[in-house]
Write a protein that binds this ligand. Structure first.
Ligand SMILES: Nc1ncnc2c1ncn2[C@@H]1O[C@H](COP(=O)(O)OP(=O)(O)OP(=O)(O)O)[C@@H](O)[C@H]1O
Ligand SMILES: [Mg+2]
Length: 291
C-alpha cells in the first residue's frame, strides 16, 4: 500500500489503483484504490481481480505459444525456399526428393494446427452447433481403431476392444465424439512404446456412460495431470515435438465433453499406466434404436 499511502506524512494518493496480493490468500490478486468521498472522507476500495489477471496471463501465453509453434515449421519452409530462390537450377533430383516431403510435412503441420485452433475457438465461443443424434459408440470406436493402425507413430501397439453389441448408444454429436475418441486413442498410440497394450471400453451403469482409454505406457507424472487439458501443454516438449503434437488435442476433448455435459478424468501412474475416462450423464444414454 506504500504507493497509495505515504507512511511518513499520512498523505493518501487518491484515484490511483495498485495491485497487491490478498493478505488472506496469497493466490488472490486485489486491486486497491482510494477515492474521494463526501466531504473530507475518502473510501478505500479493494476488488478481487484474480480472474482478470489469470485471463490476461492466458491470453499472453496463448499468443506467445501460437507464434512459437508456427515459427518452427515456417523456419524450415523458408530455409528451403531461400535455397531454391538462390539457385533453383543447381538443385539435383535427389535434393528435391529430400526437400519436398519435409516441406509437405511442415505445411501439413501448420494446417492441422490452424484447423485445431479454429475448432477450439468455435467450441469456446459456443458457436458451432451440436448435431445431437443417437450414436453407436462401439461403431465409432471401431472406425477410429482402424485409423490408428495407419498412424505414423503406430508401433504394433495392441489395441484391445471387445465391441460386443452393447445395447447402449449415446445421444451426441457423432463427429465430435469421433474427435474425442481419436484424440485419446491417437495419444495412447503416440506416447506408448512399441507393443504396449491399449484397452478401450464403453460401459454403462445406473449413473453414467463411461468411455475409457487405458494404456500401459510410460505414464504421466502427477504434477502434469491437472494441466494436460490446457492449450499447448505438453509433458515433454522436446520428445513430443518430434511426433508433431501441438498440445491442443486434450483441450479440444475437454471442450467437446463440456458441451455434452460430460467430464474428463485422468489418472496415471508414472512408468505404469495412464487412463482417460469420459463420463457421460445417464440422460444421454439411450437404448439402441430398433432398425
Ligand atoms: N496416453 C498418454 N501417455 C502419456 N502421455 C500422454 C498421453 N496422452 C497425452 N499425453 C501427454 O499429454 C500431452 C498433451 O496431449 P494433447 O493431446 O493435448 O497434445 P499433443 O498430443 O501433444 O498434440 P495434438 O493432440 O494437438 O496433436 C502430450 O503432449 C503428452 O505429453
Ligand atoms: Mg494429442
Amino acid at each position: 500500500f506504500q504507493e497509495l499511502i505515504n507512511l511518513e506524512t499520512g498523505q493518501v494518493t487518491a484515484n490511483k489503483a495498485v495491485m497487491v496480493d490478498s493478505p488472506l490468500d496469497k493466490t488472490k490478486k486485489l486491486e486497491v484504490r482510494v477515492i474521494d468521498y463526501t466531504g473530507d472522507n475518502q473510501m478505500l476500495i479493494a476488488q478481487d481481480i484474480t480472474k482478470t489477471v489469470r485471463l490476461q496471463v492466458m491470453r499472453r501465453d496463448f499468443v506467445a505459444n501460437v507464434s512459437h509453434e508456427l515459427r518452427t515449421p515456417l523456419t524450415v519452409l523458408m530455409g528451403y525456399l531461400e535455397m531454391f530462390n538462390t539457385d533453383v537450377a543447381g538443385f539435383s533430383p535427389s535434393q528435391w526428393q529430400k526437400a519436398l516431403p519435409v516441406m509437405c510435412q511442415q505445411t501439413e503441420r501448420m494446417s492441422d494446427m490452424v484447423h485445431e485452433l479454429l475448432l477450439l475457438s468455435h467450441l469456446e465461443m459456443g458457436e458451432n452447433v451440436l448435431t445431437i443424434a443417437p450414436v453407436n459408440v462401439e461403431k465409432v470406436i471401431s472406425e477410429v481403431i482402424d485409423d490408428a493402425h495407419h498412424l505414423e507413430a503406430y508401433e504394433q501397439q495392441h489395441i484391445h476392444f471387445n465391441g460386443q453389441e452393447n445395447p447402449h448408444w449415446l445421444l451426441a454429436d457423432k463427429n465430435q465424439l469421433r474427435s474425442v475418441v481419436s484424440n485419446l486413442l491417437f495419444n495412447a498410440v503416440k506416447y506408448t512404446p512399441a507393443e504396449s497394450d491399449i484397452h478401450i471400453t464403453w460401459q454403462v451403469d445406473k449413473k453414467q456412460g463411461v468411455l475409457t482409454v487405458e494404456d500401459n505406457g510410460n505414464g504421466i507424472a502427477e504434477h502434469h495431470i491437472e494441466r494436460l487439458t490446457e492449450r499447448f501443454y505438453r509433458v515433454d516438449k522436446g520428445r513430443t515435438q518430434g511426433k508433431g503434437g501441438s498440445g491442443l488435442g486434450l483441450a479440444i476433448v475437454k471442450h467437446i465433453l463440456q458441451r455434452h455435459d460430460a467430464k474428463l478424468s485422468i489418472s496415471s501412474k508414472w512408468g505404469v499406466s495412464t487412463t482417460f475416462r469420459c463420463h457421460f450423464p445417464i440422460t444421454a444414454v439411450i437404448e439402441k434404436p430398433v432398425d
